[in-house]
Structure formats: C-alpha cells, structure tokens
Design a protein around this ligand. Structure first.
Ligand code: SAM
Ligand code: SF4
Length: 336
C-alpha cells in the first residue's frame, strides 16, 4: 500500500536519501580522516539486506533519489549486489535516480556493473591533478588509478561530475588547470568548502579553509562570471564562465545558508538517521530493523517520527577564527 510521503515540520518534502554503506576507505584524505583511523566493528554495520530494506522503506515513503556514499562505498564487500537490488526501484519507476559519490579508486573494476544497475551519473572526488600532491592529500591514493576509473566510467556511459574541496595553499594554484581539464573531458565541476567534521589529527582546519568567495574571485580575475538561478535541490549554487560557457558549482555551507530548500536526510552505515549534516540529532533505525526482521511497520514509524525533528538549519560557523559548530563525527561516518 502506498504510504503518505515524508514532509518535515518546515513543509520540506524529504525526497533524497544519502546512504553511507561503510565507514572504511582506502584513502585517508587529510581534511576527512586522521592518519590512524579506528573503524567500526563489522557487526555494527547494517548488512546488505538491511541496507536494502531500509532504502526500500524510504522509497516507499517518497524518496526519489538515492545517493550511496561512505567512507568509500566501492570498498564495501559485495556492494554491487546492493546496487543490482536497487535497480528494481528504477525499473518500477519508484526511484528517479540511483547514484554514488566515490573517490574513483575502484571504478575501473566496477563502472560497467554500476552502469548496468542503472547508475547514470556519479560524483568523483578529486582535489588535484598532480601525482605527488594527490598522494599527499589522500595519504595513499594513486592518481593514475583514479584517472583510469574516470575513463572507465565515461566509457560505460556514466556522466561524471568532479567534486574538489577548495584547500588553501594546496589546490588554489590549480584552479584554472582543474577547470580546463574538466571542460576538456566534458565533466561538470563543483568546488566544496572544507567543513568542520571530525577530529583530523594534526591538521589545522583554519589553515585548510579557502572560502569559495576566494575561488570565485580567482575566476573573476580571468572570466566574466554570471550567477545562474538554477538549483539542483541541494546546497550547490552555479555560475557560468561566459568566455567558455562552462558551468561551475559551489557548495558553500559556511558562507551561504542553503537550508531553506533542504530535501535530504542521511543514514549512516550503522543505521543512524541524521536529519541534518550539521546537527547531532539522530534516530536509530538499526534497532527497529533488527528487532522486527519480518515487519517494516516499526521501521516506518521510526522514520516518520525522526522526520518530525528535522531542524530548520545547521550551526556551522568559522567566524571569529574558531570552529563554532564543529561536529564530533567524521564526514566518512555520516557520508559526505
Ligand atoms: N569516499 C568518497 C569520496 O571521497 O567521494 C565518498 C565519501 S566522502 C566523505 C564525500 C565527500 O565529502 C568527498 O567529496 C570529500 O571530498 C568530502 N569531504 C570529506 N571531508 C570533508 C570536509 N571536512 N569538508 C568538506 N568536504 C569533505
Ligand atoms: Fe575516503 Fe572520501 Fe574521506 Fe577521502 S574524502 S578519506 S576518499 S571517505
């Protein structure tokens, strides 16, 4: 039976679920993780069957877009089984889009399977085109492997968007080369402001923080930059570089509030539902999943109850040179 869809207290329909399928990753990006991360015991993670059940419940409640993330989603064992399972919701028309955010390291292996499961677009995170800097920022990644992954995705007919975190004294010097590279490969590009998520060891976030006003100013030094009215339902705002026609996205959680149109919730790999990336309030969905393996009614009731707490907005703030609103959890936990 069709369920009434999810509407939060501010009349925002919840149509987008971001699902983290693992906290593990083959990289240790300096802004995301500490060098020595302790990962969760496997039994804490939702099983593939539980991931399927909970995603299916959300889709039954009106979620139309499902983004798989992590950690690195493609290092989760047998994750292709999950993607193949979700393709039934694309085929039935219940789901509009099945997508993922990935570091690209495993794409050479999986791009064909993802395309076969109905994935049409993916976001690939890549912050530099320099081999040495890539190894430095990811602490263990191989740029050539990621580039082969991008080739494989494009060959499989998947549209690629590059997400680059704007990092002061790191990729500020590569702004134009990354932009030109994306244009030459017909890939969209979005810059993300670094966010205060989780302890990252010795790295200093204020050193890393390059506000996107600075990114934009650099574009304006070379191009005519026209803001576009277009919104994707998410936090990104877009501009067009008039001389090339290229569209560039900016995700500016810290310099621009985007919460008024927020349509999303996030589920961690342990089944905690976060109603807002920048708030600690969460609801446990693992218990209703595990306590009632044959009955989804308690799960659906827990989801509905959680949505009644979705806050109006987040609390991040870098002003006064300190990290107000710093979140104790890592982005890899909640899923970026
Ligand atoms: N491993 C996958 C990847 O890197 O694409 C998916 C998970 S990752 C947590 C998702 C996105 O979050 C990536 O684009 C990454 O650059 C971004 N990210 C991680 N930590 C961040 C932070 N502290 N501030 C802003 N973006 C961050
Ligand atoms: Fe891994 Fe993605 Fe975090 Fe980098 S940003 S450490 S690739 S989860």
């Amino acid at each position: 039976m069709a369920q009434t869809r999810l509407i939060d207290p501010f009349q925002r329909p919840i149509t987008y679920l971001r699902l983290s399928v693992t906290d593990r990753c083959d990289f240790r990006c300096t802004y995301c993780m500490a060098e020595n991360m302790t990962f969760l015991p496997k039994k804490e993670l939702l099983t593939l069957e539980e991931l399927d059940r909970v995603s299916t419940a959300f889709i039954g409640l009106g979620v139309r877009k499902l983004r798989i993330t992590g950690g690195e989603p493609l290092v989760r064992r047998d994750i292709m089984d999950f993607f193949r399972g979700m393709s039934r919701h694309l085929e039935s028309g219940a789901l509009d889009e099945l997508t993922l955010t990935t570091n690209g390291s495993q794409l050479e292996r999986f791009a064909g399977d993802l395309a076969a499961a109905g994935v049409k677009r993916i976001n690939i995170s890549l912050d530099t085109l320099d081999d040495d800097k890539f190894r430095e920022i990811t602490r263990r990644g191989d740029l050539a492997q990621v580039l082969r992954g991008i080739d494989a995705a494009q060959e499989a007919g998947i549209r690629v968007k590059i997400n680059a975190v704007a990092l002061n004294h790191f990729n500020d010097s590569e702004l134009f080369s990354i932009t030109e590279w994306c244009a030459s490969r017909d890939m969209d590009l979005t810059w993300i402001e670094v966010m205060p998520m989780g302890d990252i060891g010795n790295e200093n976030r204020l050193d890393q923080y390059w506000p996107l006003t600075g990114v934009r100013a650099q574009y304006e030094s070379r191009f005519t930059v026209t803001p576009l009215a277009e919104r994707s339902g998410g936090p990104a705002r877009y501009v067009r570089l008039e001389e090339t026609g290229q569209k560039i996205g900016f995700i500016t959680p810290l310099t621009h509030n985007f919460c008024e149109s927020c349509n999303r919730v996030r589920l961690t790999c342990t089944g905690e539902l976060y109603m807002c990336l920048g708030q600690e309030d969460r609801a446990d969905l693992r218990q209703p999943l595990r306590d009632h393996p044959e009955d989804d009614a308690p799960l659906v009731a827990a989801i509905r109850e959680a949505i009644t707490h979705k806050p109006k907005g987040h609390d991040f703030d870098y002003s006064r040179q300190r990290l107000d609103g710093q979140m104790p959890r890592h982005m890899s936990h909640t899923g970026g």
